[in-house]
Design a protein around this ligand. Structure first.
Ligand SMILES: [Zn+2]
Length: 228
């Protein structure tokens, strides 16, 4: 992107001006961000191309503060550590020790990381007000994952995302579920799917590995609430 052209671009949410943050520049901006001061949205510039799409973190940032939050498959803690700034108690569960070590490096005090299996979690009958499970359907039998999530939520919100990338050879789950079936099962389990995620979507997920590396992929997101 030519830095001079950033003046012609505006925030897709509030129409505010976008500030340019350059991480790597030659004659063009190779990597960087377009940043909206007003609503704090950030749009990445990757390989000279600005990606101005609704981003998954924009959905997560909108969730109001909750007392008990759990993220399954928290990995290196990108989401959980951010959630810790806003929500009261945040638990991150993952099966990778090295990922959890990384997560722990930057975690706020109210963020607890535990190496555990989602289906054999150490929370007994404890209920949560926000459950986040991003891109786990390929790794955990989808029906069992939905059962666990459903039994752990009370008066709260769940937030799921997935690219439904089930082709993993012998490690593939036995019974894949796709966007429509997952929504049907959630409805059977008395979840109310948020209006904006009723229709399957293709949201850009930019994972900021570090200042210079981003991973971008497309996911369907589902947010749903259960009131009892
Ligand atoms: Zn804005």
């Amino acid at each position: 992107m030519n830095p001079k052209n950033s003046q012609f671009l505006f925030c897709i949410k509030c129409k505010g001006a976008l500030n340019l943050e350059i991480l790597n520049e030659s004659s063009e901006v190779n990597e960087g961000f377009l940043y909206c001061k007003k609503c704090k949205l950030k749009f990445p510039i990757i390989s000279k191309i600005p990606l101005i799409l609704e981003n998954i973190s924009q959905f997560i940032e909108k969730i109001p503060s909750k007392p008990f939050v759990i993220e399954y498959g928290s990995s290196i803690g990108i989401i959980s550590n951010t959630l810790g700034k806003k929500h009261e108690h945040v638990f991150g569960i993952d099966t990778s020790f090295s990922a959890l070590l990384e997560a722990k490096k930057k975690s706020p005090k109210n963020c607890e990381y535990i190496l555990s299996d989602t289906l054999q979690h150490p929370f007994g009958k404890k209920k949560f007000n926000l459950i986040i499970a991003l891109n786990l359907f390929e790794l955990i039998e989808p029906r069992l994952l939905l059962n666990t999530i459903s039994s752990q939520i009370r008066n709260g919100l769940i937030f799921l995302s997935d690219p439904y990338d089930y082709d993993r050879g012998k490690n593939s789950v036995k019974h894949p579920l796709y966007e429509k079936q997952i929504r049907e099962i959630l409805t059977q389990k008395k979840f109310l799917i948020t209006k904006s995620t009723k229709t399957p979507s293709n949201i850009t997920w930019t994972l900021n590995i570090n200042k210079r590396t981003n991973l971008v992929y497309k996911v369907d997101i589902i947010s749903a609430r259960k009131s009892s």
